[in-house]
Each structure stands twice: as C-alpha cells, then as structure tokens.
Design a protein around this ligand. Structure first.
Ligand SMILES: Nc1ncnc2c1ncn2[C@@H]1O[C@H](COP(=O)(O)OP(=O)(O)O)[C@@H](O)[C@H]1O
Ligand SMILES: CC(=O)N[C@@H](CCC(=O)OP(=O)(O)O)C(=O)O
Length: 299
C-alpha cells in the first residue's frame, strides 16, 4: 500500500456520509415529530443513542419535536402504589388517582429524564406537556365495545382518557426559533379544566398533523407492523391497515399506533414510520440511508 492508497474502512465512512447528502438537502428546514415509546426507553445506551440522533437532526437543520410515552413506567408506579389498571383497545382506563399518577410519571419524571439525555448529548431541550401554553386541548374519549353476551355495542367509560381536539403550535415555533428541542408529555387540559391522560401515539400524531410535519416516527419495541406469520410489513396504506385491524392481526398497543399513522397522513404528514427503538440509531439509519427500516405508512 502506498501512502495515498485509500483505507477501505475510511472510504466506507466517507461513502456513508455522502449517501446522507441527498437526505440532508431534502430535509433541511423540515419538522420531524418523533414519538418515543415507554418500551423503547429501557436501556441507558439506547437512551444515549436516541438523544444523539435527536441532537444530530437539530445540528443538520431539521426541527425535531419529541413526544414521549411511558406506559410501562406508569404501570410500574401504579403497581408499587397498589392501584389496578386495565386497558381497553390499548388505552388505559384512567380514574382520578390514575390520572394524577400518570401525570406525575409522564410530565414529572420521564419528561425531565429525556431533557437530561438531550443535554448530555449537547442539545438544548425544554420539557413541557400539552397543558403548557395551550399546546393541546383534549376532550374525553368516547368508546363503545361489543357486549360479550349480546354482541351489542355498548358505551365503555375510560375515565379521564382524552384525545386532542385542538393544537396551538405557537409555543413550538417559539422554541424552534430559539434552537430549543421541545420534549412533550402526553397530558393535556380539557375545556372543562380537567387533566386528561392521552395515549402518547395519539398525542404525537395530533401534533404532527397540526404542524404538517414532513415525517412522523414512532419508536417502539417491535420491528414494525407484523403479519399473521410475524413477517414485517414494510409498507402499508390506510385500507390495508383497516383490514389487518378488523381481522385481529393488529391488536393491543399497535391499534392506537396505526390509527395515529392513518390520521397523521390524512392530515398532511408525508409519511409515518413505525420503527424499532431497540435498534441503535434506528432513526438515523431510516432518515439518512437508502435501506429504510420498519413500517412506512402513506396515503
Ligand atoms: N400486528 C402487530 N405487529 C406488531 N406488533 C403488534 C401487532 N399487534 C399487536 N402488537 C403489539 O403492539 C406492541 C406495541 O405497542 P405498545 O406496547 O403500546 O408500544 P409502545 O410502548 O412503544 O407505545 C408490540 O409490542 C406488540 O406486542
Ligand atoms: C390513555 C393512555 O393509555 N395513556 C397512556 C400514556 C402513556 C403512553 O401512551 O405510553 P407508551 O407510548 O409508552 O405506551 C398510558 O396511560 O399508558
């Protein structure tokens, strides 16, 4: 090897960087909403990778907005306190005590932890919830369920479970103008002054739709949406999602996730991607390399 012979490892690194160029150009100035699920949060190295990815996005001129969950963490706290919890179609039935605990865990501990990880990665983040500056107004979710015996649809009361009915993104613009990354907990006030617990996927999707985000990422603990044989479905449209939900292939926590993707793309988000948050730097690989990952939902 002469002094000028290229080192293959260095060349591969340079190629990875040049591969990113068209994506850097395409996404400069765009807003991405990232939903970080409670199941994807466990491991300290993955937390660091996630924070680095978010800070890198900001550094290359993309505006990342983080909306986080914390379902398993709320579950653990409820267990410690001896409070039972039950889910209906992926939504936690939330009485007054549960709503207080959910807000404490989401807006109190998890929110500030994520702000800390972003700070450690060299970024500046501000942690808020849907309550702050009127970001999100919620309304009580009304659901029906077929009766086990008669099959007749009947009303199920989920308590203080809300869904966003209005989003005022002005606080997000203020933060973006100051180069600050917003980190948002899925809790909001109703017009009735009540505190509502909102599924984090739903919250993130409403924000992504309201601001017309270019991309909406949902980081979870599976490779994406799987078919009946557990093969990854890489591309889905709303029609296919409706069929997979109706036949039970999509169930539990995946239901609010896909519903959210469908609503977000209907509201003008270019594409929503369900990604495996257990894969280090899953988001960077999805955004800046040719080989996408996870399940992409488009209109
Ligand atoms: N068709 C499907 N493909 C993939 N995951 C599914 C499917 N149907 C149900 N699930 C479940 O949905 C879960 C993801 O939702 P959830 O547990 O709420 O995640 P998060 O905490 O990241 O929001 C998966 O771990 C899996 O158990
Ligand atoms: C109404 C409702 O179900 N709220 C969720 C909010 C947290 C959440 O959605 O967290 P993940 O994204 O980690 O699942 C809950 O109480 O668990």
């Amino acid at each position: 090897m002469t002094d000028h012979a290229p080192d293959p490892a260095m060349l591969a690194k340079a190629e990875t960087l040049t591969e990113a160029l068209p994506y850097l150009q395409r996404y400069a100035g765009a807003t991405f909403v990232v939903k970080y699920g409670g199941h994807a949060m466990g491991d300290p190295e993955l937390q660091r990778d996630f924070a680095e990815d978010v800070v890198l996005l900001k550094a290359v001129g993309i505006n990342p907005i983080v909306v986080h969950g914390g379902g398993p963490q709320i579950g653990a706290m409820l267990k410690r306190l001896g409070v039972e919890s039950r889910f209906v179609n992926g939504l936690r039935v939330t009485d007054k005590a549960t709503a207080e605990i959910a807000e404490m865990v989401l807006a109190g501990s998890i929110n500030k932890e994520i702000v800390g990880w972003i700070a450690a990665a060299g970024g500046r983040a501000v942690g808020i919830s849907g309550k702050d500056a009127g970001l999100v107004i919620a309304e009580k979710v009304r659901r029906t369920e077929p009766d086990r015996n008669s099959g007749i649809e009947r009303h199920v009361d989920l308590g203080f479970v809300g869904e966003p009915v209005a989003v005022d993104p002005s606080i997000l613009q203020v933060l973006a103008a100051q180069n600050v990354i917003p980190v948002i907990a899925p809790v909001a006030l109703g017009a009735d002054g009540q505190t509502y617990n909102i599924n984090a996927d739903t919250m993130a999707g409403a924000i992504a739709g309201a601001i017309g985000a270019k991309r909406f990422f949902l980081l979870t603990d599976v490779a994406g949406v799987m078919d009946k044989d557990r093969n990854l479905l890489t591309d889905l449209n709303p029609q296919q999602i409706a069929e997979l939900t109706a036949d039970g292939t999509i169930s539990g926590g995946m239901i609010p996730k896909v519903e959210t993707c469908v609503n977000a793309v209907a509201a003008g988000v270019d594409a929503a991607v369900i990604l495996d948050g257990r894969v280090p730097h899953a988001m960077l690989l999805e955004i800046f390399t040719r080989g996408g990952a996870g399940t992409l939902v488009r209109r």
